[in-house]
Structure formats: structure tokens, C-alpha cells
Design a protein around this ligand. Structure first.
Ligand code: HMG
Length: 390
């Protein structure tokens, strides 16, 4: 029996900052951002949007199409938690009106946790094929203003319905895993912005990739040429290019041409380049981008996926694209969202950044910005208040 992703939907906020604007403000050559790190725009969530509203907006089209029946597991992957005790999954469960017979929890391991969710969900479905799982990854990537990480900020959420006999991607059972306690990127509980040892984080990412790949090939017997396309965790698109060039070198003893690089990973980078890092969602944003943009029919093709979360945890796995997958994508909906976004001025970006979330414990009503179908209306008596917009 096949198990995997039946439906996948990506959502990102409706506001962005052009990195050329940021480069101008910081006195940096814009090519450093657009070519050196490979990013054009970064998504900025307005004050009435958070990880819960983004996750709900990502899941909305899936539930419209597939309904709620049989969803018995809800896993909310995030590293932008909003409460130390109550899982973001509970807020989401309420907003989406999911069945009360449902196991709902929040998962954390930096950008990796949505992959943990996907694999846990696949195990549950393999054991109980009539059950379904909804996995979301939702994050806001936030670094200090004027820090090297600033141009790699972003925001977004992915939702995936995991079922038996999936419509989009059937997962292979073999995986390569790598866990090591390192301090490459972290966010202590008293900080809103992540701390990072940037260059070191890139080296650890590549080490994790090599170790995971080695194990994956040993367990699966597959080699580099057995995979048709490759998706990577995307802190920024140049990272995936560096990773893929390294993988080709160690796995196939091959120097990739730029045409090969474009064919093998190009389509998976298109959304990330204009949203920035979406942390737990970013690998699956890449998968969505690949499936939405691929001019070639990918039916029957095997896709390699590398998930990385700082701290660190890596996993290499793969899946096979299913017949008719294109009929199950939400490409037009996402295209309309991306085309309709509003560009912010530098001043607006910094005002939103400085506003943050109120920490005075008082009651606040939030002004209404453009959001998806759900918004954060305010906070009252220390409780977040969500509402449906449409
Ligand atoms: P930096 O120090 O600003 O950049 O930090 P740089 O000086 O190294 O320049 C970057 C690239 O731009 C270089 O290319 C330059 O040569 C090039 P490279 O040598 O690497 O090939 N460059 C130019 N290119 C064209 N025209 C120019 C020009 N000038 C320079 N004029 C860094 C870069 C990525 C370190 C920083 O942005 C950062 O700290 N980012 C955050 C950390 C990060 O994203 N790490 C990635 C791996 S860890 C990970 O993926 C996990 C994560 O997602 C978190 C999680 O798991 O939760 C982050």
C-alpha cells in the first residue's frame, strides 16, 4: 500500500519587502542579495497575522476539497511558538472545526519538525489506512535588523493531508537520519529574533546532508541518477545550489553544468526566492514550487528531499509523483495570492517589525490588514482572539 501526500497547500502573507529596497537602505550592493544569497523579496506578516492564521489559511483549500472526515491526527510544526503550554494545534483545530476525535500537538525542532510530522503521520496511516493526518508547518523567520540574517527573513505556512493511496506524492520507506547537538542557530525563550552563527550553520547543513545521503543510499540502494528532481530545505536559494553541487560531487563525482543545476532544482526555488525563509514550511514550499512550475510531466518520477533543522537534525528521503497529480494542486490560487501582494516601503517594514506582539498583558484590538481567510483580531485577558474573514 502506498502512503504519502494526498494534498499540499502553501500560504504566505500578502505583504513583502523587495530586497533591492533593503539593500539601498543598508548600503549594500543589491547583487549580494539577489545573486549572492539568491533572494528577491521577503514576505512580511501584518500585525493581525500569526502562525495560526497562516496555518489555517494554508489548510483551508485542503479542507474545502477533501472535507474533515477521518482526520485523526493534527501535527503543528513550528519554531515561532505563541504559548509555552497550549499547542498552536489547538487554536488551529478550533479554527478549522476538526473532529473532536483527533490527536493534536505542536512539534519543534527548528526547520526540521514538519518532516518529523510527515513521517509520524505516514506511520499512523500505514497502520490504519482509513485514517488521515493533517500536518502543518508555519513560521515567521525573524532576525535582528541590520544583521547578516536580515535579508533571509520570510514567512509562510504549508499544510499537507497524509493518506493511503495519495494523489500527489507516495513516500518511500527508506530514510537517512542525522542528529547532533550543535549551536548553529537558536532562539532563547527571551528573544523574538533568532541568533545564528551563519557560516558555521551552512557548514553543518552540508555535513548533515552528506551523512543523511550516505545512509539513504545504503538503505535504499538508490544512487544520484535514480532521482529526477531534488528539493532542499531553503533558508535562501543559494544554499540549495551549494548543497546540490556538493551532493553531485560526492554522490556522482560530477561537476554539474548550470543547465543540469537548473533542471534538477530550478523549479523548486521559485517560490522561496520571493517569500524568504519559511523555516518548517520551506522544504515543502520547495516541493509545491517544483510541482506547480514543472513544464515536464513528473508522473512516476522520484523526488529527493533533504530536510534540515538547525541544532541540528537532518533527514534525506524520497517520494514518487503520482498519476494525475496536477489535478490536485492549488497552483492558480497561490499564483493569484503571489501576484496580488502589496509591496511595503522600508519605513512600513521597520514599523511592522518594531511593533511586534504586545507584551504589556493588556487588551488590544488589531487593525485589519489584508490576510487570508483567518485573522488575529486581538488579545483580551491574555487570550488570542481569532476570527474568520470570509
Ligand atoms: P553574509 O556574511 O552577509 O554574506 O552572510 P557573505 O558576505 O558571505 O555573502 C554571501 C554571498 O554573497 C557570498 O557568496 C558572497 O561572495 C556573495 P558565496 O561566497 O557564499 O558563494 N556576494 C555577492 N555576490 C554578488 N554580488 C555582490 C556580492 N557580495 C557578496 N556584490 C549568511 C550570509 C547566509 C551567513 C547570512 O545571511 C545568515 O547568517 N543567514 C542566516 C543563517 C542561515 O540562513 N543559514 C543557512 C544554513 S542553517 C539553516 O538552513 C537553518 C535555518 O533555516 C534555521 C532553522 O533550522 O530553523 C537558518
Amino acid at each position: 500500500m502506498k502512503v504519502g501526500i494526498d494534498l499540499i497547500s502553501f500560504y504566505t502573507p500578502q505583504y513583502y519587502l523587495d530586497l533591492k529596497t533593503l539593500a539601498g537602505e543598508r548600503g549594500v550592493d543589491p547583487d549580494k542579495f539577489t545573486i549572492g544569497i539568491g533572494q528577491e523579496k521577503m514576505a512580511i506578516p501584518p500585525p493581525d497575522e500569526d502562525i495560526v492564521t497562516m496555518a489555517a489559511s494554508a489548510a483551508h483549500p485542503i479542507l474545502e476539497q477533501a472535507g474533515r472526515e477521518g482526520i485523526e491526527l493534527l501535527l503543528f510544526a513550528t519554531e515561532s511558538g505563541i504559548d509555552h503550554s497550549k499547542a498552536a494545534a489547538m487554536f488551529l483545530h478550533g479554527l478549522l472545526k476538526l473532529p473532536t476525535r483527533c490527536r493534536a500537538v505542536e512539534l519543534k525542532q527548528a526547520c526540521y519538525s514538519a518532516t518529523a510530522g510527515l513521517q509520524l503521520a505516514a506511520s499512523m496511516v500505514a497502520a490504519q489506512p482509513d485514517r488521515k493526518a493533517l500536518i502543518v508547518g508555519s513560521d515567521i523567520a525573524r532576525y535582528d535588523l541590520r544583521s547578516p540574517g536580515e535579508p533571509t527573513q520570510g514567512a509562510g505556512a504549508v499544510a499537507m493531508l497524509v493518506t493511503a493511496n495519495p494523489s500527489v506524492l507516495a513516500l518511500d520507506p527508506e530514510t537517512g537520519l542525522y542528529a547532533e547537538d550543535v549551536m548553529d542557530f537558536w532562539r532563547p525563550n527571551y528573544r523574538e529574533e533568532a541568533l545564528v552563527d551563519g557560516k558555521y550553520s551552512m557548514r553543518v547543513y552540508l555535513t548533515a546532508l552528506e551523512e543523511c545521503w550516505k545512509q539513504y543510499t545504503e538503505r535504499s540502494g538508490r544512487q544520484f541518477h535514480d532521482l529526477a528532481r531534488y528539493c532542499y530545505h531553503l533558508p535562501f536559494t543559494r544554499m540549495a545550489e551549494k548543497a546540490h553541487i556538493r551532493l553531485a560531487k560526492i554522490a556522482a563525482l560530477k561537476e554539474l553544468t548550470s543547465a543540469e543545476l537548473e533542471t534538477e532544482i530550478g523549479d523548486s526555488l521559485r517560490y522561496n526566492r520571493i517569500t524568504g525563509n519559511t523555516y518548517s514550511a520551506s522544504l515543502y514550499e520547495g516541493l509545491t514550487s517544483l510541482l506547480d512550475h514543472g513544464a515536464d510531466d513528473l508522473v512516476g518520477q522520484r523526488i529527493g528531499l533533504f530536510s534540515y533543522g538547525s541544532g541540528c537534525m537532518g533527514e534525506y528521503f524520497s517520494g514518487v509523483v503520482q498519476p494525475g497529480y496536477r489535478d490536485h494542486l492549488f497552483t492558480a490560487r497561490l499564483r493569484a495570492l503571489l501576484d496580488g501582494r502589496t509591496e511595503l516601503t522600508y519605513r512600513q517594514y521597520e514599523d511592522i517589525f518594531q511593533l511586534g506582539f504586545p507584551t504589556d498583558g493588556g487588551d488590544h484590538a488589531f487593525a485589519q490588514y489584508r490576510t487570508g481567510p483567518y485573522r488575529l483580531a486581538g488579545v483580551s485577558q491574555h487570550k488570542r482572539l481569532y476570527e474568520k474573514v470570509i
